[in-house]
Design a protein around this ligand. Structure first.
Ligand code: FAD
Ligand code: UDP
Length: 382
């Protein structure tokens, strides 16, 4: 029997398992699903040969040298720049908001400084310290751009008004006063040549790691291990005994065609009257490949119910309160550390997930010893 168990074979569980194995330990890793890589799972479509991002589009981007070097041991990254378009009121615009978007939207030919002054004149400067998504948008882009690109999309994505959501969600997106339409501003960006699942398979390819798929962890199993790293949902660990933390889940409607369906990887839809948030055309995620056929997923967001896959933690006030109570319960557990997007109920990109997993395993190996209490969290989820 191995000493350690990692629950979940997404990036969190896999990176921790590998780090412990490289330190000379035997590690079991289980996942309830039939594949590794969690929500980053990719799979080649049998009919067209297109690499599909089965749980929605994943683009790798980071500023973190350690994470970048770490992943490059397991894959070759191909050059990829995420350039997103959006359709609003029957017209197509460039995202994130940049000088092209501003000039297209307002029918102008402004220079960077003119656009900056113009947007400043549109902004609600009375909002000094934006707290909500809507306040953040009104303060930084003004009402017209907010209503065209963010209000409807966000209402669909999160199932509530942007007045109820934190400003931090919008802070993920830049506003640029030049024609740079790169969706991200990180130093490194790329797409793994053979997809994300191949990376996780390689991370787990170590003689001291035993992987069991189609295997659901139950809390009772924890006591048979010296320590458990749990990357499943924190409320699920406690059989939802205090109630369910709110998540959004996604339904994907598959569209198949020949040739080119929409001419880009991701087309967002800003209007609330369009029921889906975006359409991803997967062959555009592997621009170095050529395929005759094409496969797209239209994404529909809705409240996550029992049996659905949890995608986006909502983290509104009531969830924060419930989260506090689950965190208190978690801290009473012996020998379990909660990690990852679900274990800490946070909106985490892959690079942050990997960074935190590397650091959690490092800290664990340093702390571990007779009489040492290992914390339930290496990163405070609240
Ligand atoms: P997960 O990948 O969710 O893995 C957790 C695993 O635990 C799952 O496989 C699950 O089956 C398993 N599990 C849960 N409970 C149990 C149990 N009781 N027993 C056994 N197994 C269990 N990040 C980016 O950097 N770039 C992007 O472009 C990007 N796009 C995204 C798009 C979407 C639609 C979503 C939802 C996320 C996106 N992300 C993106 C974030 C990325 O998916 C996460 O950062 C990453 O998946 C987190 O990894 P994880 O291992 O913590 O969790
Ligand atoms: N968003 C929006 N319109 C868009 C794109 C994004 O309103 O066209 C909002 C939406 O609330 C989303 C947030 O900005 O949740 C962050 O966007 P991002 O693209 O980072 O979301 P992801 O799908 O990657 O989580």
């Amino acid at each position: 029997m191995a000493k350690f168990l990692a629950v979940g074979a997404g990036f969190s569980g896999a990176v921790i398992a590998r780090t412990l194995a490289e330190a000379g330990h035997e590690v079991d890793i289980v996942d309830a699903r039939s594949h590794v890589a969690g929500n980053c799972h990719t799979e080649r479509d049998a009919e067209t040969g297109v690499m599909l991002h089965k749980y929605g589009p994943h683009i790798f981007h980071t500023d973190n040298e350690r994470v970048w070097d770490y992943l490059n041991q397991f894959t070759e990254f191909m050059p990829y720049t995420n350039r997103v378009k959006t359709t609003s009121q029957g017209k197509v615009y460039s995202l994130p908001i940049n000088l092209l978007t501003i000039n297209q939207f307002f029918g102008t030919a402004m220079s960077p400084s003119e656009a900056r002054d113009f947007i400043e004149s549109q902004a609600d400067l009375s909002i000094e310290d934006p707290q909500t998504f809507e306040e953040q948008a009104l303060r930084f882009v003004g009402r017209d751009l907010y209503e065209a690109f963010f209000k409807g999309y966000t209402q669909k994505q999160w199932g509530c008004s942007p007045t109820q959501l934190p400003a931090s969600i919008l802070k993920r997106l830049p506003v640029r006063f030049n024609y740079n339409d790169n969706y991200f501003f990180h130093k490194y960006q790329g797409m793994p040549r053979d997809g994300y699942t191949a990376i996780v398979e390689k991370i787990l390819d170590h003689p001291d790691i035993i992987l069991s798929l189609n295997t659901t962890f139950r809390r009772e199993q924890a006591s048979t291990y010296e320590h458990v790293f749990y990357s499943g949902p924190i409320d699920g660990y406690f059989d939802y005994e205090l109630g369910r933390l709110g998540y959004r889940t996604l339904d994907f409607r598959e569209i198949r065609a020949q040739g080119d369906y929409q001419g880009c990887a991701v087309m967002n839809y800003g209007d609330e009257s369009v029921p889906y948030t975006r359409i991803a055309e997967h062959k555009y995620f592997s621009p170095w490949e050529e395929h005759e056929g094409t496969v797209c997923f239209a994404e529909y967001s809705r409240a996550c119910e029992d049996g659905d896959i949890p995608y986006y933690p909502i983290r509104l006030t009531e969830e924060q309160e419930l989260l506090r109570r689950y965190v208190a319960l978690a801290k009473q557990q012996e020998s379990v550390t909660f990690v990852g997007r679900l274990g800490t109920y946070r909106y985490l990109d892959m690079d942050v997930t990997i960074k935190e997993a590397l650091e959690a395993a490092d800290q664990f190996l340093t702390l571990r010893g007779p009489g040492q209490k290992i914390p339930a969290f290496f990163v405070d989820p609240i």
